[in-house]
Ligand binder design. Structure first.
Ligand code: UDP
Length: 310
């Protein structure tokens, strides 16, 4: 396939570029570099099947090439960064998605969108299955992210209904691994970097809120299976291994042999109390489930950050 991949310089997008290139596809990667790091794709720049251009999908842009598939990973995905770039977050999940859908319509291309477990908000049900409509604050501190993803999902489903585009929506749960941004405040890179420097590990609230952490290679393989499937409705991809944030902190302190102590800071507004994917649908229709256990995934990630801190 000739693939246009938006947001291909970020943590997940760059791993998906690698996978597509390894499977023999051609990749035209675009990104506005607002949060992605160019070094994530440096190793691909010499590959004849890979091209990169700095393009902001919020704005009008034109690419002459014809694509079989358009994939949208473009997203300001960490709570610290979407708080910093509030309007950009809303626009990438509205104009950005719209511009790419129009391109898919004109190219008669397949379309895949990376949505999020945040569409479930602070859920009343646990685990969250795809049929749950969510409990989202439409004007709160996470609204720019949650509502832009929800709007994108609605736009995509209706492009599918009106134009018959072959669309896919993946709902991504917390994912970690190499190439995460050390400064974006997300729980795994934050705790690993604090622990490696023997600095206090900052748990928000009492640390009783839960997350379920999926290793990046598992997630990427699941998304590729979805891309090749016939499914149009959203599919959760994540690891159901649910832990409290305090347990995540303790595990990372242990695996890094750190002298760090846990300190407690105030819980950010609208921070979801529970999050765990129900992956029955992915298991059934994609024959997919995560394979990498937490210890193995965290050790890989710790090695990555150790290398960067040298
Ligand atoms: N968290 C924390 N300390 C930190 C960073 C995050 O306790 O230094 C918590 C945060 O409050 C949330 C969870 O870890 O409950 C996951 O946060 P993250 O920013 O990774 O993503 P989220 O799942 O909230 O979108």
């Amino acid at each position: 396939m000739n693939v246009l991949l938006a947001g291909g310089v970020g943590f997940l997008g760059s791993h998906f570029c690698d996978l597509l290139i390894n499977k023999g596809h051609k990749v035209f990667c675009i990104d506005n570099l607002i949060t992605g790091k160019k070094e994530n794709i440096n190793h691909l720049l010499k590959n004849k099947n890979f091209k990169f251009k700095k393009i902001d999908i919020i704005k009008n842009f034109s690419i002459k090439e014809k694509f079989d598939c358009i994939i949208n990973f473009a997203s300001i995905a960490s709570p610290i960064f979407y708080d910093k770039y509030k309007i950009e977050t809303l626009l990438v999940g509205s104009y950005g998605t719209y511009n790419l859908l129009e391109l898919a319509r004109k190219n008669k291309a397949k379309f895949l969108f990376t949505s999020t477990s945040e569409v479930y908000g602070d859920p009343f049900v646990n685990p969250q299955e795809e049929t749950y409509w969510g409990n989202v604050n439409p004007i709160g501190k996470r609204s720019m992210y949650d509502e832009s993803k929800r709007f994108s999902e609605a736009l995509i489903m209706n492009y599918h209904r009106v134009y018959g585009i072959d669309t896919k929506i993946v709902r991504i749960f917390n994912t970690y691994g190499p190439r995460m941004n050390a400064n974006d405040g997300r729980v795994v890179p934050q705790f690993i970097n604090q622990a490696l420097k023997n600095k206090p590990v900052t748990v928000f609230g009492k640390g009783t809120q839960t997350r379920s952490l999926c290793y990046v290679s598992d997630l990427i393989n699941g998304i590729y299976k979805l891309l090749l499937s016939k499914e149009h409705t959203p599919v959760n991809i994540g690891n159901p291994n649910e832990m409290t944030v305090k347990e995540i902190a303790q595990t990372i302190i242990k695996l890094t042999n750190s002298k760090s102590k846990i300190i407690y800071k105030s819980l950010p507004e609208d921070d979801p109390k529970k999050r765990r994917p129900d992956i029955s649908k992915a298991k059934k229709i994609l024959k997919w489930q995560p394979r990498i256990d937490l210890k193995q995934g965290l050790l890989e990630t710790i090695e990555y950050f150790k290398g960067r801190n040298k």
